[in-house]
Design a protein around this ligand. Structure first.
Ligand code: ARG
Ligand code: ASP
Length: 723
């Protein structure tokens, strides 16, 4: 014990340092002093306030999964290129390829409605823990506890004061130990204002994804429209630009090492308070399973995409989405290992246990938590592994079987509700077909199927589907033979056959679907999953969740000196840190900033990831950077800082000490992708595109400088020191 104690004195302060995604309404109590000591020039009140305009009024959840921010009094919104990508793609046509070529509205009339896009702002946040947990006791059975909480939340939702255009959302925090309520308003009329071409907005694509140094101009621009009272409304030609209570001024002063920065946005999900056993399971079971299946699927897709430009276009979005997770998990596995996450957790848990054992009350309440969690995590492990292989190989990366799953529901509906119900469902299924086949090549899917079904069979248990798949493959002289057999006999791979079938009488549709070999195959695997894997997870997971909730509460009691931020849960948070490079390996030091010269270093003419538009080359040659250049004449592109971010923070504003916009968050560095489980301030950095590059692209490259007229640019007279 003694021996352990010394390093711990060192470790605990490290755990307190430079991490956290904090709740805006608690900043004053929890962080303001620390933030000011680190350089913040405004107060917590300026970031979040209910009685006067504050910075939160300029921040929104964009399109459900990203963050956006308003930069003008007329609702001009900035977010990432990869966040607007789907909408921009849907607005594109053969004549107008806004994704490839970019777009800039030359006036408000040319702003293009983007149906389905939303921007959600937070009106206020309340701690409703006491009400949510009313009549809930520690000794209650879990099911009773949950139904009491559901009742409480329901009442809260109904009785919370809100305007008729506002919504109420309540979320659990700290693994269910606290509850916070958010009153929000969601704007539904968003219009596309502009974006750079992909060769800027997606520069470096998958090769550079999750990597520093980075040179991506990852931004796009929209405008939020409202009814004449400024409230959310469906799209209408006479809607008006939204006038927010606050919008972000933009700083042209640039950043230097050590500068205070904040990122304000909607981080999606982190798990910083798991036990070592749980982190081990992620890095040794969950991540490797996902990586193995996707590795195969990606290699096969890539082979086809390189040979056939039409396939490349069809698969590029699917590929990017699959590769994004794949690459992150590879980085996560490596980072957890290199930066000794398990060793750190072990020391932390040893200190936890030491403190618990010293205190009779703690010992009684928390003494059993860690050993019991460890047992349960071990017990659930094979099922988690089975679930991951099933999901990745039979659902997520398998178009044939995903479609089979969908169609097989038609059979269920017929069996449970009869023919009349079925008619409408068949129509719905037909409607979805165009979207499916638009970007579908059976030869690609077949090759992927053969590759990943073999991985599935080799990694799951005999009666969980492995025996069946192996036997089927044996009957057809291997996995390719099996794929040939199923793909040539199923209706799914063939659009024409599929349409023909769905136009038949409902009973005939069901008759044919029942015999379809893809559906038979899917049902066998799905039944194995629902009978052998799912029930065990449904039995064990709630027990783990319960203990994790208690462990979370226990950590907050036992480590009284430590400040705990709640794990990300797609709610509004603020994180702060400083601009800083990092050293990923011995003798290697990354600087904090990249510039346009670096874009040109990476330039590969004609390459789909590293091509550069001619106009950008011309501007670079002429060094025509205007007011966006650094004092030594370079054009900044990206920079990094120690802000603690995760997926969902994309598009979030990076703010300086005064709350001015200095950049847009869009990624994290390779060595720090483990930060969702093990944030390490020495190595974890968030990546932002410098707002001067954004303005340069809008103004000098895009010729849409008129948009700057409605922004508020700030530039201090003080000369910044040169680099
Ligand atoms: N890695 C970033 C994030 O998780 C950017 C992803 C978009 N870029 C890409 N090449 N797929 O969302
Ligand atoms: N790229 C992520 C996003 O889209 C951000 C991150 O994971 O760092 O939200």
């Amino acid at each position: 014990m003694k021996k352990l104690f010394l390093p711990l004195l060192f470790i605990i302060p490290v755990l307190l340092q430079g991490q956290g995604m904090w709740l805006p309404l608690l900043l004053e109590k929890q962080n303001e002093k620390d933030m000011k000591s680190k350089g913040m020039k405004i107060s917590a009140d300026d970031l979040y306030n209910l009685n006067k305009p504050s910075i939160k009024d300029a921040i929104c959840m964009f399109g459900g999964g990203c963050t956006g921010e308003l930069i003008s009094g007329d609702g001009l919104l900035l977010t990432n290129h990869h966040c607007g990508f789907g909408s921009i793609q849907r607005l594109s046509s053969l004549e107008h390829n806004y994704v490839e070529d970019g777009y800039w509205a030359k006036s408000r009339d040319e702003e293009i409605p983007a149906p389905g896009l939303t921007a959600t702002f937070v009106s206020r946040i309340e701690d409703v823990t006491a009400l949510a947990l009313q009549n809930v006791s520690e000794t209650m059975a879990e099911a009773d506890r949950q139904s009491q909480i559901d009742k409480n939340l329901d009442l809260l939702r109904r009785t919370t004061k809100r305007e008729k255009w506002e919504d109420v959302m309540i979320r659990p925090f700290y693994d269910g130990n606290q509850y916070f309520l958010f009153v929000t308003k969601t704007y539904r009329d968003l219009r596309f204002v502009g974006a750079p071409p992909s060769s800027i907005g997606k520069f470096g694509a998958d090769t550079d994804n999750w990597v520093w140094p980075r040179h991506t101009g990852d931004f796009s621009m929209f405008r939020v429209y409202a009814d004449k009272d400024g409230h959310p409304a469906d799209y209408a030609t006479d809607n008006e630009p939204y006038h927010p209570a606050h919008f972000l001024p933009i700083s042209l002063n640039g950043v230097e090492t050590g500068d205070f920065t904040m990122v304000y946005g909607f981080p999606g999900r982190t798990n910083e308070y798991l036990t070592g056993a749980a982190v081990k399971q992620v890095s040794e079971v969950v991540d490797p399973a996902r990586v193995e299946v996707r590795d195969k699927a990606l290699k096969i897709m890539d082979g086809f995409m390189r040979k056939d430009p039409a396939i490349k276009i069809a698969y590029i979005a699917k590929f990017a989405g699959t590769a994004n997770g794949w690459k992150k998990w590879i980085g996560e596995i490596q980072g957890l290992k290199t930066y000794k996450a398990l060793e750190k957790k072990a020391e932390y848990e040893a200190e936890f246990s030491r403190r618990v054992n010293e205190n009779a009350d703690y010992k009684y309440r928390y003494g059993n938590l860690l050993p019991r969690l460890q047992e349960l995590i071990q017990e659930i492990e094979p099922y988690i592994k089975g679930r991951e292989y099933f999901y990745e190989a039979c659902v997520r990366n398998n178009d044939l079987l995903s479609k089979a799953a969908e169609l097989s529901k038609l059979i269920d509906i017929f069996e449970s509700s009869g023919e009349t119900m079925l008619v409408g469902k068949i129509e719905d299924a037909s409607k979805r077909m165009d979207g499916f086949y638009k970007d579908y090549y059976p030869e690609v899917d077949k090759a992927v199927f053969a590759g990943i079904m073999e991985i599935f069979a080799n990694n799951t248990k005999g009666d969980w589907g492995a025996d069946y798949v192996k036997e089927q493959a044996g009957n057809r002289s291997g996995y390719e033979g099996l794929a040939d057999y199923i793909f040539s006999r199923s209706v799914i791979p063939d659009k024409v056959k599929m349409q023909e079938l769905l136009s038949k009488a409902p009973t005939e549709v069901v008759e044919k679907l029942r015999k379809d070999p893809a559906i038979v195959f899917w049902n066998t695997l799905y039944n194995a999953y629902t009978n052998q894997i799912q029930p065990k997870i449904q039995e064990l997971q709630p027990q783990i969740d319960l203990l994790q909730r208690k462990y979370m509460a226990a950590q907050m009691v036992v480590f009284k000196e430590k400040k705990f931020f709640p794990d990300a849960n797609s709610t509004l948070r603020l994180t702060y840190g400083k601009v800083n490079g990092y050293s990923p390996r011995d003798a290697l030091q990354y600087e904090f900033q990249t510039d346009l010269d670096g874009v040109m270093e990476k330039y590969i003419p004609g390459d789909y990831e590293f091509d550069v538009p001619q106009k950008l080359i011309d501007l670079w040659k002429a060094k025509d950077y205007g007011q966006y250049a650094t004092p030594d004449g370079r054009l900044p592109v990206g920079f990094i800082a120690t802000n603690h971010t995760t997926g969902g923070n994309s598009g979030s504003p990076a703010l300086d000490a005064k709350g001015n916009l200095i950049g847009l968050n869009f990624d994290r560095v390779w060595e720090g992708t483990m930060s969702d489980l093990n944030y390490d301030p020495a190595i974890c950095r968030n990546i932002m595109v410098d707002v001067r590059y954004v303005l340069f692209i809008i103004d000098k490259f895009g010729g849409a400088g008129y948009l700057l007229d409605e922004m508020k640019l700030v530039k201090s007279k003080k000369k910044r020191r040169k680099r």
